[in-house]
Design a protein around this ligand. Structure first.
Ligand SMILES: [Fe+2]
Length: 440
């Protein structure tokens, strides 16, 4: 029996496999491009290592595209087979991978939580639970799945900084910004390349409407977040939101073309970032030219993925921004999936994803009254889609834009009043307020 770098028992045929697996987990936590090559090295050292197969299954699911679900299921089945003589913890990881790859996200989350009750230092289960709660829109558990493990951690342990980075993001998403800054700064001091922690602090500046401080923070830590995989584009996206807040539209468009847009990328987070910033630019009154065309071309390949409702609604934005029937293909696929699949995500697709996608398509078509009718009853449940407050804020902006454009002035005034309470100096809020006659 071997032990990993945190002292957990782990099954393999050689210490080389353990070292390679530790490096795989470390690069996953750091969101680094080395994660896949490190997993490959693990397999080369031990082709039957149970946790390597489980990790393979997890990685496929983390990529959140339809065709990879089957490959994830196959890897989970291999993990279960090779884990028969392994520890209970490793067997439970294989079970979690099986649940997740079969659409049972809730059962996977419950399994990671059970693993963590037994072994709070299982940082892989911790990060996956953190990720899972994020895409459940469960901010309290996003924060607490990390915080309730802290009794078992100290700063001498490998990965402690990553734990603090996760905790920072949990604090931020539950509006405890001072605690988020403390934990985030501690994490970045431990590891200046911890992109998740850098990102958590950027979120605090976004939520506090501190564009200048946020841009400074992201610039100061550029070497750190640029070393991550395509997640670096998401941090870039955060910086662009801050330039939007400063109404520096030329800089946002320059960054879109020169930094954010990756013609070769088909990663879901890139497609989400791109759609979310282009629509924001338009809501700020900017012309984004033909940029939707290239983005929609990529989204056409994902109309039947239904990996996450959160992703599908962003594809609805991109596909309805260009001529053609692809957005109808997407909406029909979401409809069939919601009514026919037993996936946990199918329920959210039916309850939130579909009406929101219809609203976003109606917004594009200029049917603003329909947008207000669809979104007013839905807006306090947007979080069930998952994603962050900053990401979902786009839907709130669309609703306000449609309330104004449809002449539902009192509704617009109500919504703008709420936004001004949170961000009284925000340029977009102020411009909307002036336009509809709210005193500022
Ligand atoms: Fe973010």
């Amino acid at each position: 029996m071997f032990h990993d770098c945190r002292g957990l028992e782990i099954t393999a045929t050689s210490s080389d496999a353990i070292t390679a697996f530790d490096q795989t987990v470390d690069s996953y936590l750091g969101i680094k491009p080395e994660a896949a090559p490190n997993l490959k090295a693990t397999f080369e050292a031990d082709p039957e290592m149970p946790m390597a197969h489980t990790m393979k299954s997890y990685f496929f699911m983390l990529m959140a595209t339809g065709p990879l679900k089957e490959r994830s299921r196959k890897a989970a089945a291999d993990a279960a087979k090779f884990a028969q003589a392994a520890t209970k913890r490793e067997q439970m990881h294989a079970e979690a991978a099986t649940h997740w790859s079969h659409g049972r996200k809730g059962a996977a989350l419950a399994t990671w939580e059970t693993i963590l009750e037994e072994e709070p230092r299982d940082i892989l289960a911790l990060r996956l639970a953190h990720h899972g709660h994020f895409y459940e829109g469960d901010g309290q558990n996003l924060r607490d799945t990390v915080t309730r493990r802290m009794f078992a951690w100290n700063s001498d342990m490998a990965g402690y900084g990553y734990v603090k980075g996760m905790q920072a993001f949990g604090f931020e998403e539950t509006h405890n910004y001072d605690a988020a800054l403390l934990a985030g700064h501690e994490a970045v001091e431990i590891n200046g390349h911890d992109a998740w922690a850098i990102h958590a602090v950027a979120h605090v500046h976004e939520m506090r409407d501190e564009a200048t401080a946020g841009i400074d923070w992201i610039k100061k830590n550029k070497v750190g977040w640029r070393s991550s995989n395509n997640f670096r584009n998401h941090v870039q996206w955060h910086q662009m939101l801050m330039y939007l807040d400063q109404q520096d539209y030329a800089e946002v468009l320059r960054q879109y073309d020169e930094e954010l847009w990756d013609a070769e990328s088909d990663e879901y987070l890139d497609l989400v970032n791109d759609a979310a910033v282009l629509l924001r630019l338009e809501l700020h009154g900017q012309d984004v030219g033909d940029r939707w065309q290239a983005l929609a071309e990529k989204c056409k390949d994902h109309t039947t993925d239904q990996a996450l409702a959160f992703i599908d609604v962003h594809h609805a934005i991109s596909l309805s921004s260009v001529p053609g029937d692809d957005v109808k293909v997407l909406l029909d696929a979401m409809e069939s999936y919601a009514s026919e699949s037993s996936d946990d995500n199918a329920e959210i697709t039916g309850a939130i994803g579909l009406p929101l996608a219809h609203a976003l398509v109606a917004h594009r078509a200029g049917d603003h009254g329909a947008v207000v009718d669809l979104l007013m009853p839905l807006r306090y449940r947007f979080h069930l889609l998952g994603g962050s407050h900053a990401q979902r804020d786009l839907f709130a902006m669309v609703l306000i834009n449609s309330a104004m454009a449809s002449g539902r002035t009192n509704v617009a005034k109500m919504l703008i009043s709420e936004r001004l309470a949170r961000a009284p100096q925000n340029a977009w809020n102020l411009n909307c307020a002036r336009e509809i006659g709210v005193a500022v």
